[in-house]
Design a protein around this ligand. Structure first.
Ligand code: ZN
Length: 331
């Protein structure tokens, strides 16, 4: 019996590199991960990516005692930090990948593997993955609230790229005129208020400036604090966490209202480290949306947490290949 259509998805991050063999039902069959080691430069990392593709396929063959080969896999999708050019398949440069400047990742991988390779921005592929696992019926916008705020817009089943291929950089929409400085050089970006890293950083800075908080001891011990814990402390009445958390949720609500007006999607997904807080995030963002939104009609996108979680990168990357093969996974 022929195996189901499959593709390999690769999630190239500044810290971690993951690859997974994914079938056309969006299921991970086999996977492998390791530190990226980005400081070794593109050649060494690309060599690792080639080895990982072979590894996940070999592992599948070993487990099933089947004999699929690389050329029976439909292709390899890669999600990577931008800015990058989807059309040219090149990473132009990436803050978290030192030494990666105008790297022809797509064609290099394709030549070395002998299969079709597609490359796209990591925020875009995560959005495509979330779209895919929902049965592909909904226009969807995703915000990945992690180290930064990644984002992707999927309309009519297609990632929106824009003329200059930088559409959907919603983490850098300005939500506060002359607001907090952002790494991108602008002020008042959503990312400055609502990335997981910035939420935690702002709490730590508050503690270091003498504000009392239930996280003071943990900060003094040098513990790494997950952003979701700030949400828990806010719910428990910690004043510092409450202020920072509520501001993050309010900025996200403003962003969601703006997204509604710009794209009119049926779903907005909030993922990443902040999204892991679940209802502690979604309920409060929803409350702020009620305060912000217009009243001309009742339709508003449903706010949802990520269904794929940490797998959004590899599943979404595989979806670059599999959704162009068959847009609807079937059960
Ligand atoms: Zn910015």
């Amino acid at each position: 019996m022929d195996p189901r259509p499959m593709a390999v998805g690769i999630d190239l991050g500044g810290s971690n590199l993951r690859a997974a063999l994914v079938d056309d039902r969006a299921r991970i069959i086999t996977h492998v991960g390791q530190p990226t080691g980005a400081d070794r430069g593109p050649d060494a990392v690309i060599t690792d990516m080639v080895a990982m593709v072979h590894h996940v396929i070999d592992e599948w063959c070993r487990v099933t005692e089947s004999t699929i080969r690389l050329d029976t896999v439909l292709g390899v999708g890669v999600g990577a930090p931008g800015p990058l050019s989807v059309q040219r398949g090149r990473i132009i440069r990436a803050a978290n990948l030192p030494g990666w400047s105008d790297v022809p990742l797509r064609d290099t991988l394709s030549q070395r593997l002998g299969v079709r390779v597609e490359l796209d921005n990591d925020g875009n592929v995560a959005a495509l993955g979330e779209y895919w696992v929902r049965g592909s019926q909904h226009d969807l916008v995703m915000l990945t609230l992690g180290t930064g705020v990644g984002a992707g817009v999927v309309m009519d089943g297609k990632i929106v790229h824009g003329h200059y291929e930088n559409a959907g950089e919603l983490g850098h929409m300005i939500v506060v005129p002359d607001g907090l400085a952002c790494n991108c050089g602008q002020r008042g970006c959503l990312e400055a208020y609502a990335s997981a890293s910035n939420v935690v950083r702002r709490v730590v800075e508050g503690i270091q400036s003498g504000e009392p908080s239930c996280l003071s001891e943990a900060v003094r011990r040098g513990e790494i604090i997950p952003a979701s814990r700030v949400g828990e402390c806010a719910a428990d009445g910690d004043k510092l966490c409450e202020r920072i958390w509520d501001e993050a949720c309010k900025m996200l609500a403003i962003a969601c209202v703006n997204i509604q007006h710009a794209f009119n999607p049926s779903i907005i997904v909030l993922g990443g480290g902040l999204g892991a807080a679940g209802s502690a995030l979604l309920d409060r963002v929803s409350r702020h949306v009620q305060d912000q939104r217009w009243s001309l009609h009742d339709d508003f996108p449903s706010l949802e947490r990520s269904r794929l979680g940490a797998d959004a990168g590899v599943v979404g990357a595989a979806a670059l290949i599999l959704t162009s093969h068959d847009p609807n996974p079937t059960d």
